[in-house]
Design a protein around this ligand. Structure first.
Ligand code: GTP
Ligand code: MG
Length: 171
């Protein structure tokens, strides 16, 4: 049987960018048009099979993006192995918020944390307000993984988590 390696993953980002929707797509392959804002945080798990000898189990903390929960975040990122910081490609302010989370992670989280930036709602192409090149350039400068995703259309969701799994220490 494949070996099972477990890692803690935290999702961060402004409220309504689609953190819970990405997790719901990844874990249950579902999407809701009317998703309730997360209270506190939610915990879910999902495995990714990398090859016949290795399965990665993600223990996922889906944090609440509303400002009133901001002080809880360190509890979830403190011992995280990886983080997905999400913004909404139709909301430039959500990329600014994502950058603030990334700075906080770079200062306060484990120095070996793997950080991925996800530009979600890529299905809303006609309302795009953040060029992918701009986010990609920022991600390259900061050494982050980067993908644009759509929880709604199931675009690049499993790819995002697999890309992270491949960067984890699988010794
Ligand atoms: P908080 O829990 O408040 O931090 O928000 P969140 O980041 O978890 O956002 P959530 O997943 O609840 O999604 C917010 C809204 O965006 C919901 O109405 C979703 O249906 C919608 N949404 C999420 N992902 C996508 C997507 O990829 N495309 C589109 N069009 N809508 C999306
Ligand atoms: Mg949520």
């Amino acid at each position: 049987p494949p070996r099972l390696l477990q890692f803690k993953l935290v999702l961060l980002g402004e409220s309504a960018v689609g953190k819970s929707s990405l997790v719901l797509r990844f874990v249950k392959d579902q999407f809701d048009d009317y998703r309730e804002s997360t209270i506190g945080a939610a915990f879910l798990t999902q495995t990714v099979s990398l090859d016949e000898s290795t399965t990665v189990k993600f223990e996922i903390w889906d944090t609440a993006g509303q400002e009133r929960y901001k002080s809880l975040a360190p509890m979830y990122y403190r011992n995280a192995n990886c983080a997905v910081v999400v913004y909404d490609i139709t909301q430039p302010s959500s990329l600014e918020k994502a950058k603030a989370w990334i700075r906080e992670l770079q200062r306060q989280a484990d120095p070996n944390i793997i950080i991925a930036l996800a530009g979600n709602k890529a299905d809303l192409a006609s309302r795009r307000a953040v060029p992918s090149e701009e986010a990609q350039a920022y991600a390259s400068e900061e050494n982050l993984l980067f993908l644009e995703t759509s929880a709604k259309d199931n675009a690049n969701v499993s790819e995002l988590f697999t890309m992270i799994a491949r960067k984890l220490p699988l010794e």
